[in-house]
Design a protein around this ligand. Sequence first.
Ligand code: NAI
Length: 304
Amino acid sequence: SDEPSADAAGPVDPSRAVAVVGTGTMGQGIAQVALLAGHPVRLYDSAPGRAAEAVAAVGGRLDRLVEKGRLDAAERDAALARLHAADALAELAGAALVVEAIVERLDVKQRLFADLEDVVGADAVLATNTSSLSVTAIAGGLRLPGRFVGLHFFNPAPLLPLVEVVSGFATDPATATRAYETARRWGKTPVRCTDTPGFIVNRIARPFYAEALRVHEEGVADPATIDAALRESGGFRMGPFELTDLIGQDVNEAVTRSVWDSFHQDPKFTPSLAQRRLVESGRLGRKSGHGWFSYAEGAGRPEP
Ligand code: NAI
């Protein structure tokens, strides 16, 4: 439409619907944030029943906020009345902003956004929560790539304030500004950056994990000692080994691999063989009960 540019750069109006596509870990968290900021929210997931499960899960989280006295029961009821599961992509037609949080695969994301372009209005902002793919590549086949932007939340999205607002090669500056202002309205702390592998946080974190793994592989110190040293240094809440156990060794290794490949296998991002062994043996971290440390039931403090 012919919106004036001042309006185009403001936050998405809270009366307009936000659609979240992909309602797993991240989609549910992002939906909760948009909902509590006042938007009607529509959830879509390609797995049958998954969007309805996400509505129930968000409802459960709002219940806990009410129990803790951090949300009015009336506010929760009003929020839940604005939250709907969609059975088909076509039901997202009226959305002013679509945030995608589906599987981390370029071809699947490109396909989804091509389909979404046929559904939403020309003024809708299309955003991806990708953590390791190129925003530019996801938007590559779109008719209107100017309204496409990266909106990278961190897990858990309702708790962590940071959102990286990522401008791809074709992103219109007004789109990035609108996304930035919307994240601010949602109570987040957005930062703007251009589209490079890993953006800001995931890129700078690579050498942090990689050097810790090398220190361990060289026999300088064991994982528990390295973690304790970093934790006690004052600036880190968790050491690199316990942190990758929390994230998942498989997830962490995949991000390292993706950043390494995207930088044409720059040696400074080379994945670790010790981490590869953990992944191959199924020691994925907390979720599998064992990673660098053991998380067996009743084991007390995690043990190496
Ligand atoms: P997840 O596996 O928990 O959820 C993904 C959901 O997307 C599933 O419910 C799946 O059924 C659905 N889905 C898959 N293909 C679809 C399609 N074509 N259309 C509609 N729905 C589809 O994944 P998670 O962890 O929530 O990650 C989602 C995205 O967010 C990925 O791009 C990931 O890189 C990114 N991300 C993940 C973070 C994390 O810590 N888990 C942090 C920041 C970003």
